[in-house]
Ligand binder design. Structure first.
Ligand code: 6PG
Length: 267
């Protein structure tokens, strides 16, 4: 399952054409002068993808990350009338990763997503898929849930449509941290991981095989604290073992980086 098919861009939008050039990262790079303007671009992309997928497939499979960077995006999705066009009743909402804490803990990624999106979007409860990362079987359970829902699609279309990733200043994405053996995973879609030196070392994460099969992978990075890492990712020789973000290689999908000027070293 999850065999990708050629990507279609359901809709285009005007704002993107005006974006200044960015660093030489693989895929498409979208740059905005401010984080605020960037949020508009990501939101517009998400709305376009969501509407296009619902038109083509009848639903929209969306996977969201936690962390601090996407919070203003999630808020914008709720209060900006243009973003309200996301067809939430047809959306399946997944978590890219979760920390092994109760779902109402302030460190839980689901808590952020519940408070900013779930409670305000009108998305049906059964279409929201938190990860119970405290459970021993969380990885297997989540993988089963994903397979069950994605198999409603015809073969070849059974993949995530839009995966939103943030990047840590060590180059991690999801809970795929440098030198962790989960980086070598080729079969499982979801894995439990133990990461060292991070807040809540026990986590559950989507793996490269699942993320790289997605129709669109959007990486959202803002702020000057990430500029050095963006430069390294764009121009350095390191492998995905050292900088996990380099392991993002869509099999047959699209990779788009959304960067503000500060993350490009111009702020
Ligand atoms: C998590 C995230 C993680 C995050 C990066 C960036 O659970 O921590 O899913 O991968 O996206 O660490 O985090 P910030 O946006 O807070 O810098």
């Amino acid at each position: 399952m999850i065999r990708p098919k050629p990507t279609e861009t359901p809709e285009t939008y005007e704002l993107e054409k005006a974006a200044p050039a960015g660093p030489p990262l693989p895929g498409k790079v979208v740059v905005a002068e401010t984080a605020d303007a960037l949020i508009d671009l990501v939101a517009a992309e998400m709305v376009a993808q969501a509407k296009g997928c619902v038109r083509h497939y009848g639903d929209f499979q969306l996977a969201l990350s936690g962390g601090t960077t996407p919070q203003p995006l999630y808020e914008r999705l709720m209060y900006d009338p243009d973003c309200r066009a996301i067809p939430w009743p047809r959306t399946q909402l997944w978590l890219v990763d979760e920390r092994a804490v109760p779902l109402d803990d302030k460190r839980s990624n689901f808590r952020l997503i519940r408070e900013t999106i779930v409670e305000h979007s009108g998305i049906p409860k059964q279409q929201v898929h938190p990860i119970d990362a405290q459970s021993e079987t969380a990885d297997r359970d989540y993988e089963s849930q994903l397979r069950e829902v994605l198999q409603w699609r015809e073969r070849g279309e059974d993949r995530l449509d839009f995966v939103l990733l943030g990047m840590g200043s060590d180059g991690h994405i999801a809970s795929l941290f440098p030198f962790n053996d989960v980086l070598q995973e080729t079969r499982h879609l979801v894995r439990r991981v133990t990461a060292s030196g991070v807040e809540v070392p026990q986590r559950v994460t989507m793996t490269f095989p699942l993320i790289n099969a997605a129709r669109m992978i959007a990486v959202l990075v803002t702020g000057s604290a990430k500029a050095a890492m963006i430069k390294r990712v764009a121009t350095g020789p390191e492998s995905a073992e050292v900088l996990p973000i380099k392991g993002i290689k869509p099999v047959d999908g699209e990779l788009k980086w959304f960067l503000d000027a500060a993350a490009c070293g111009r702020g």
